[in-house]
Design a protein around this ligand. Structure first.
Ligand SMILES: Nc1nc2c(ncn2[C@@H]2O[C@H](COP(=O)(O)OP(=O)(O)OP(=O)(O)O)[C@@H](O)[C@H]2O)c(=O)[nH]1
Ligand SMILES: [Mg+2]
Length: 194
């Protein structure tokens, strides 16, 4: 969180984290194409030639005023491919909220778990508090071999974390997830500022 008192701007950072090809960039593309251009900036995507995220994607959203401040939500995705470890940690730095995008594909169980463990380790080493709002999105619900939510919960060892189902490529569940994470982040900020 960063407050620019002169401009009365509240800057909040939300990071979409998860294994390679789980649909993180697709979430931002859907948000970008279904949001009023007056309330969002351009989608900045740094991609490889194969259309994979190289460093991050970035999209800025503007919300209505909170406590006299104009909130700006900065959405980022991390690159999921395993060799971009350092970039993932860098992008996660200073996060106010995280959406973990898991892949429903049964064959990606190990990748989901590895990415989840890797994220938790980064959060600890970046000193990000454990009450960080964290939403899990179970994406690609359209796949015929999709695992169930209880299976995912067991796989990742999830207890209370909310899980949202999505088919990001069709835009389904994308805004439910976004609203939930923004809600969590804004509520936490309001508690801190009270
Ligand atoms: N079947 C299906 N495919 C999806 C869904 N969401 C995304 N995809 C596809 O999955 C592929 C990867 O999507 P991306 O959004 O680029 O994945 P990513 O998580 O950003 O991948 P990295 O940048 O490599 O980490 C693309 O071909 C998408 O069209 C979905 O809900 N269902
Ligand atoms: Mg990507």
């Amino acid at each position: 969180m960063f407050i620019n008192w002169q401009l009365r701007e509240l800057n909040l950072k939300v990071v979409y984290y998860g294994p390679a090809l789980s649909g993180k960039t697709t979430n931002l593309e859907q948000i970008h194409s279904h949001t009023n251009p007056k309330q969002r900036g351009e989608l900045v995507s740094l991609k490889t030639r194969e259309d994979r995220t190289l460093y991050f994607d970035f999209l800025q959203l503007e919300l209505g005023k909170i406590s006299g401040l104009s909130p700006k939500i900065h959405l980022y995705t991390v690159p999921g491919q395993s060799y971009y470890e350092a970039s993932r940690k860098l992008v996660l730095r200073g996060a106010d909220g995280v959406v973990f995008v898991a892949d429903s594909n049964r064959n990606r169980v190990n990748e989901n778990l590895e990415s989840w463990e890797n994220m938790k380790a980064h959060l600890i080493s970046l000193n990000i508090p454990s009450d960080l709002p964290l939403i899990v999105q179970l994406n690609k619900r359209d796949l015929p071999n999709a695992m169930s939510i209880p299976e995912l919960r067991q796989n990742l060892g999830l207890n209370g974390n909310p899980v949202f189902e999505s088919i990001a490529v069709q835009g389904k569940g994308v805004f439910n997830t976004l609203k939930a994470i923004i809600n969590g982040v804004v509520m936490r900020v309001q508690r801190e500022m009270a």
